[in-house]
Design a protein around this ligand. Structure first.
Ligand SMILES: Cc1ncc(COP(=O)(O)O)c(C=O)c1O
Length: 376
């Protein structure tokens, strides 16, 4: 791997040649259970027939016409996403951090006179300068301070009491991913929603990792007491092809004309695949299955007798295991043993299985984890 890539991302030391369902295969044809899935973007696993077919179909048409031109597929996608949010408005982009940037600009447009932006301790919202301003971990933020604006970070519990009439918006993940896998308790979510309503502050739900069925419902906010004004989506939105979206309540208003845009946002390739994704998320039992699979997986992990496991938590297919040892070494050892995972902080392992994962994959993953921890 070239230095420029490894210095930013570290090196995993393997290259994949193909994938099928919840498994990927390296150049030596060794198989891995994929509970990493491109940071959760391969929400449907690999080579899903409907997504493969949608992409092949789209590739024969116009790849990217550019926003402003009429595009039936882009318009249908905007309608479908809007419907997910009670007939909302939509901005289409290419990634999670861009969906957050769009939300920040819309907040600055709609609540111009207010000065405060609130976010959660341990929250993660992306790495472009605006999104970084509301990301909590100083490791990501400090090298770029003072950034472009200052957000205030509070614990989930303290957030509601700190919302006031000068608060423009509150950004929150219904289930924190990068910050350690912590689900917002529904009671706290309701308090935050009520405080936002009381003070006319905008509530922005970052469902880039937790949304689209991963946690057990099309919108994870619905499981955690949040009634957001805006929702940010990305990762699984096109099953692994770059795509992102900001969806917001129509009655809030809109961007000023020509005040935001994206060259690739809503391009026909991504939009066609996103439509196939949405039809599965909205019209199948995949979200319910994600909820029960997650419970099954966590029960298997809880049954592991290892003194290194301090906590098992998560919602649906977003799972965290807190250890008493550094997680990075365990992620490496798991990979050597055929299971792909990622960290969620220095001592927390994260598993992001896809909808393609079956009972046997969860059983096998738990066995590999148990065996791997014996080596520490
Ligand atoms: C909750 C959350 N918000 C925002 C982002 C940023 O998304 P992207 O990497 O697509 O820019 C991520 C990525 O991990 C995320 O998990």
């Amino acid at each position: 791997m070239p230095d420029s890539l490894s210095s930013l991302y570290g090196g995993r030391g393997i290259a994949f040649t193909h994938g099928m369902g919840s498994h990927v295969f390296d150049s030596a044809d060794r198989g891995y259970i994929d509970f990493f899935n491109g940071h959760g973007a391969s929400l449907f696993g690999h080579s899903h027939p409907l997504l493969t077919e949608a992409l092949a179909r789209a590739a024969k048409g116009v790849w990217t016409s550019g926003a402003g031109f009429e595009s039936p597929v882009r318009e249908k996608l905007a309608d479908e996403l809007g419907m997910m949010f009670g007939g909302g408005r939509v901005f289409l982009c290419n990634s999670g951090t861009e969906a957050i940037e769009a939300a920040l600009k819309l907040v600055l447009t709609l609540r111009k006179e207010r000065r405060r932006i609130l976010a959660c301790r341990r929250g993660f919202h992306g790495r472009t300068c605006g999104a970084l301003s509301i990301t909590f971990n100083p490791k990501y933020r400090e090298p770029f301070m003072p950034l472009v604006g200052k957000a205030e970070h509070f614990s989930m519990d303290d957030l509601a009491d700190n919302i006031d009439d000068d608060t423009a918006a509150v950004f929150i993940e219904p289930v924190q991913g990068e910050g350690g896998v912590f689900a917002l308790p529904a009671k706290t979510g309701i308090k935050i929603t009520e405080a936002c309503r009381k003070h006319s502050a905008l509530l922005v739900s970052d469902e880039i990792q937790s949304g689209l069925g991963r946690c057990g419902a099309p919108l994870a906010s619905s499981l955690t007491g949040l009634d957001p004004d805006m929702v940010c989506l990305a990762k699984g939105l096109a099953g692994g092809i770059p795509a992102g979206a900001l969806v917001w309540k129509k009655e809030l208003g809109d961007f000023l004309p020509h005040s935001h845009g994206s060259t690739y946002g809503g391009n026909e390739l991504a939009a066609t695949v996103s439509l196939a994704v949405l039809s599965m998320v909205m019209h199948s039992d995949l979200p319910e299955k994600a909820a029960s699979s997650g419970e099954f997986f966590r029960s298997r992990i809880t049954a592991i007798r290892s003194s290194h496991i301090k906590d098992v938590r998560g919602m649906g297919l977003l799972n965290g295991i807190e250890l008493d040892i550094p997680s990075v070494g365990v992620v490496k050892a798991l990979q050597e043993n055929g299971l792909l995972s990622l960290t969620a902080g220095p001592r927390t392992l994260r598993f992001l299985p896809s909808f393609a994962a079956e009972e046997k994959d969860f059983e096998d993953a738990a066995i590999i984890l148990a065996r791997t921890l014996e080596g520490f």
